[in-house]
Design a protein around this ligand. Structure first.
Ligand code: SF4
Length: 457
């Protein structure tokens, strides 16, 4: 059993949690559908976004050069980190050289990937995550389970317990307004006492050297405007060529992520504040390898909307932590083999190949094809259990010969009708939560032979 299956089993043991996790994310997916349907040229917009990202990836060295020049002219200090160790070192050096010990941070999957919080805390800095979901997860010392909704797997009662323990709220309180007010008060104190602010980056515009950060809580703005030092950590694929391209992505991002027409705050950072300093760190951390990989390249188009997670039947029913990766769900499973082939071994198999992720992705990443590709790669490195080999060989034989296929169908119906318990044994995992159907008296072929003439005349 793969690591993913073991962790998914633990998640599913809490049947109530598993059910509302599934329902809540499906609700977000439906909101996304309504928001997308309200836009006349949605499919055209997806195509445009995909083309812009392709163009940016095709010419990435040129656009990064252009971005660096423009950002430096705007007064920013630009650095490049080829891996997570360099990013950690740069941030620590910036903070030390500016005498900044208290740091607020808005949501950034890149800094999660690079273990920045852990490193800075080890080095003696205080670092506070200010996105509400991230803040909850930081207080609980757990990783986020979703890239847009980090605490989606938690009940409000669990959040109440966490706040009671760490923020001193009333015991047993679970009213969302009360808890949000407590978080607001706590975070406001952090913003006002911070000496530096770190943000992630949604888009970096090569033409103007602008950093664009989208949040719903305004926490990136609060941090950047209150602290003298601002540090923006971006990965290379955040580059888009021109300001005119930005609207394509902002229209897609919020609708795909949460079904909103637009995120509450789309902040543009271009110059440092008076008497302040603005640092931009451009991080590679393995992305160049993906850039030149024929299959993995398109994963770099991802705008981190989380829609592929909300729609994925496996993610919704197994929870983000079951993936054991910073980025879970379909996109996480497609990226993970580049980071560590061995630990990612089970992930491409945690997929029904239903294609829902590819159909929903706002930048048209062929996620299901990527996962299928990785399955084949992984199968060539591992031995298949004898029973599975036997089942596959039998299935190949039955599906190749119509006579065997009909015979298998007749046998299946016979056992289903008269000895259903015998089918339940080999299918016991499947039938635990389902009832086997009563088979029809006639097969489709028999029905068709009798009725075809009626329907075609
Ligand atoms: S792969 Fe597509 S759907 Fe999934 S998070 Fe990235 S942009 Fe969104």
């Amino acid at each position: 059993m793969s690591q993913h299956s073991k962790k998914a089993r633990r998640f599913l043991a809490d049947a109530k949690r598993a059910a509302w996790h599934d329902e809540t994310l499906w609700m977000v997916r439906c909101k996304r559908d309504r928001a997308a349907e309200a836009v006349d040229d949605w499919e055209n917009l997806r195509g445009q976004a995909s083309d812009i990202k392709e163009k940016a990836l095709e010419n990435i060295p040129q656009y990064i050069r252009q971005f660096k020049e423009a950002a430096r002219q705007n007064g920013a200090i630009v650095m490049e980190a080829s891996n997570h160790v360099m990013l950690q070192g740069y941030v620590a050096t910036i903070l030390r050289s500016n005498g900044a010990l208290r740091v607020v941070k808005s949501k950034s999957m890149l800094t999660e990937e690079c273990g920045l919080n852990e490193y800075l805390i080890e080095q003696g800095f205080t670092i506070i995550d200010t996105d509400l979901g991230e803040c909850i997860m930081q207080l609980r010392r757990e990783p986020p389970s979703h890239i847009v909704l980090p605490a989606i797997h938690l009940r409000k009662e669990e959040i109440g317990e966490t706040f009671h323990k760490h923020l001193g709220t009333e015991a047993g309180a679970s009213d969302p307004t009360y808890l949000a007010q407590a978080a607001r008060k706590y975070l406001r104190e952090q913003f006002l006492s911070a000496q530096a602010a770190i943000t992630g980056v949604n888009f970096a515009v090569a033409e103007t050297g602008t950093i664009v950060v989208c949040t719903n809580e305004g926490n990136a703005d609060m941090g950047v405007h209150a602290a003298p030092i601002q540090i923006h950590c971006m990965s290379i694929e955040k580059i888009i060529p021109a300001m005119a391209d930005l609207g394509v992505f902002t229209r897609l991002l919020a609708r795909s992520a949460t079904g909103q027409a637009v995120t509450a705050y789309t902040s543009h950072y271009r110059t440092p504040k008076p008497d302040g300093k603005m640092y931009i760190i451009i991080v590679d951390n393995g992305r160049s390898e993906r850039l030149y990989h024929p299959t993995g390249r398109s994963t770099l188009k991802c705008i981190r909307c989380g829609a592929c997670m909300n729609t994925c039947p496996v993610y919704r029913r197994s929870g983000g932590h079951s993936y054991g990766q910073v980025i879970p769900g379909p996109i996480g499973s497609a990226i993970a083999p580049f980071r560590d082939f061995r630990t990612a071994a089970g992930l491409p198999f945690a997929c029904s190949l239903c294609e829902s992720c590819s159909n929903i992705c706002p930048v048209r990443i062929n996620l299901h094809e990527q996962l299928y590709y990785w399955r084949q790669e992984m199968n060539s490195y591992r031995s298949t259990p004898i029973l599975r080999k036997l089942i596959m060989k039998t299935a190949a034989l039955v599906l190749a010969k119509p006579l065997y296929y009909r015979l298998a169908g007749s046998l299946g119906r016979f056992f289903l009708r008269y000895f259903p318990f015998m089918l339940k044994l080999p299918l016991r995992a499947w039938t635990r939560g389902r009832k086997l159907p009563r088979p029809e008296r006639q097969t489709f072929r028999q029905w068709y032979a009798r009725n075809a003439s009626k329907h075609t005349s």
